[in-house]
Design a protein around this ligand. Sequence first.
Ligand code: DGY
Length: 319
Amino acid sequence: MPPRLVITRQLPLAVEARAERGFDAHLNVEDKPLSTAEIVALAAKADALLPCVADPIDKALIDALPASVKIIANFGVGTDHIDLGAAAARGILVTNTPGVLTDATADLTLLLILAALRRAAEGQRLIMDDDWQGWGPTQLMGRSLQGKRLGLLGMGRIGQAVAKRATAFGMKIHYHNRSRLSPNDEGQAIYHDTLESLARHADVLSLHCAATPETRGIINEDILSLLPPGAILINTARGDIVDDDALINGLENGQVSGAGLDVFMGEPNIDPRYRSCKNVFLLPHMGSATLETRTDMGMLALDNLDAFFVGATPPHLVS
Ligand code: DGY
């Protein structure tokens, strides 16, 4: 009998087809978000779970899984929605899908930078609300990327891919990271040994670090107050890194001139005050949402499972 695999959400067709070939796979053809109780019920007699960022795989869920579940192959790179300690305590392995979503996420980061600096949301609203009275020389003037300082918090794969793209737009790269890059990887980028120093030099502050207890809420009032006048904030990492009260106050009082956000604390129930900020460009967590990337993510999750079920170490073991 092939291993029984519960896939919590609909995945690209090619991924589901491969899952059905290699596993006794439960697919979510209606793509209905599942509750903890539903996931636990589906996991009865399952050997593996393939969840995604929208499924809170917390201690209660993990403790309720049957002993047959030996591996959680996450569809995505971030595992902050999974209680890794609880999984380890039950002897359940956790894997992820690094690398394959770097380009798509970096592309979307540039989209947000462009949209926030060029006031795309306000422009689109003018058209959609049928309020556009015609072209005007001072209408919706944004700001150029050329010559602006891009401050990257986190200089892993995605941070570096964003730096490469932003350099092509004429931006100057500054970064803060747990460790400084090698001179070769650093290139012309300027390293800051504190987040405070980075914030002081960032016309655009873009977040590319993992959500951990240490990074929760680190983009707070103090950090936002250090940004140069006219600065914008971009987040394609995780909502938990940003203190929403501080950012919304900053956007309302002009301390922060705009924001491009793809991720939010408590998704999908975002702080409703964001909807009243005219200087924000908001997307529903779609950094990796291309067919190519989501297919690659699914294939990598299945690679991890295949390795595990032939007795090898999964290539992308988190814990
Ligand atoms: C990830 O992989 O962590 C993304 O946020 C999901 O697209």
